[in-house]
Every structure is written in C-alpha cells, then in structure tokens.
Design a protein around this ligand. Structure first.
Ligand SMILES: NC(=O)c1ccc[n+]([C@@H]2O[C@H](COP(=O)([O-])OP(=O)(O)OC[C@H]3O[C@@H](n4cnc5c(N)ncnc54)[C@H](OP(=O)(O)O)[C@@H]3O)[C@@H](O)[C@H]2O)c1
Length: 173
C-alpha cells in the first residue's frame, strides 16, 4: 500500500489526468495528493474530491515525498531552479514527465544527487490505458519498483534505457 504523499507540479492536462488516475485506482487517497498550478480555478474539480490544490510549489514539495513534474519543457528548468532548495535528497523522488528534458538536464539543476525518473506516458493516460516508458538516474531498485507501480495504475509501464526514449515516445503515441 502506498503511504507516500505525492505532489504534482504543473496541474495541466497530463497532471490532472495523473491525479485522476491515481485517485481512481486507489493508489493515492485525496489527502495524499497535492496538485499545483497558477490558475487554481482549473483545479477546482480535484479540490472538490479532497485533493489539496495550491499555487505554492515550495510548500507542495516540502509536504510530499514523490514529486511529479508535469510542466511544459520551456519553463521546467527555470521553475525547478527556483525551487531547488526545497528538495531533500534523503526524502524526495523526482519524476519528470516533461517531453525532451533529459535526466542529465534535471540532475544539473540540483546541488546534491537525487533519485530522478523520467517517464513518458501517452495520451491514453486519460483513460488509464497509457503505455508509459520510464528510465532513472540515482534510484534504488526499491524506488524504481515504486515508480513502476505508480504508473502501472494508469496502464502498462516499461523500464527502458534513456537513449531509447525518443523512439519509445513515437511508438507509444
Ligand atoms: N498531455 C499529454 O498527454 C502528455 C503526454 C506525455 C508527456 N507530456 C508532457 O507533459 C508536460 C505537460 O503537458 P500538458 O499537456 O499537461 O501541458 P499543460 O496542460 O500546459 O500543463 C502544464 C501546466 O503547468 C502549469 N504551470 C506553468 N507554470 C507553472 C508554475 N510555475 N508552477 C506550477 N504550475 C505551472 C500550467 O498552468 P498555469 O498556467 O495555470 O500555471 C499548466 O497547466 C509537457 O512537458 C508535455 O510534453 C504530456
């Protein structure tokens, strides 16, 4: 059973679909989930289900263990750089679903090494039938199993080598 708190930074189309999928599957209860974005009114349906919504990314990170980054590629580095002091390498696992942003790009943002996952779901995640490819850097077998289980709630998850991610994204789509 999942006992960890999960924050989704960037509650847009994918972030909301993931929140819905995690709730529907029972992997996360509403009080284990926080979703952030700047336009909070768009997150009202999740709030009505008991999910915490906020525009305060730093507070969401500090209160959670699993940080799913679902921002657009153009501002992900800027936003995460501004938040880097909120991350604790002993506590946090980062999962990026941002297209085209490599594990190396993400790890360079942080001063201390953290477990970082890159996952690429496809649009079928909205109906929990995604084929999700995932790869990791600095993660233990236990952490990898946890992240695979998380995405398995929303379809099928395939661990792959990062160099295959672009091809896998095309095939998955
Ligand atoms: N959609 C898919 O099926 C899919 C599949 C695979 C991968 N992806 C990847 O997933 C990422 C998100 O895609 P999407 O389709 O969900 O895009 P999206 O709907 O534009 O979601 C991005 C969200 O980030 C929020 N945001 C922007 N700046 C923020 C900040 N400083 N703090 C918190 N939230 C912020 C935006 O809301 P506000 O403007 O209100 O802050 C927006 O809702 C992209 O990198 C995309 O490549 C998407």
């Amino acid at each position: 059973m999942n006992t960890k708190k999960i924050a989704i930074i960037g509650g847009g189309n994918l972030g909301i679909a993931m929140a819905e999928g995690l709730l529907k599957s029972g992997f996360a209860t509403p009080n284990q989930l926080t979703v952030t974005r700047r336009t909070l009114s768009r997150l009202q349906p999740l709030q009505e289900k008991g999910v915490t919504i906020t525009d305060n990314n730093e507070a969401a990170i500090r209160e959670s263990e699993i940080i799913i980054v679902a921002l657009k590629p153009f501002n992900v580095k800027e936003v995460l750089t501004g938040l880097k002091n909120a991350f604790d390498p002993k506590r946090h696992i980062i999962i990026s679903v941002v297209t085209g942003i490599f594990l190396k790009d993400l790890s360079e943002i942080f001063t201390a090494p953290l477990p970082i996952f890159r996952a690429m779901p496809n649009t079928a995640i909205a109906i929990q039938e995604s084929v999700t490819c995932m790869c990791a850097q600095g993660a233990s077998a236990e952490q990898s199993a946890y992240v695979k289980e998380l995405f398995d709630q929303m379809g099928v998850t395939i661990p792959i080598d990062e160099k295959l991610m672009d091809a896998a994204t095309v095939l998955g789509a």
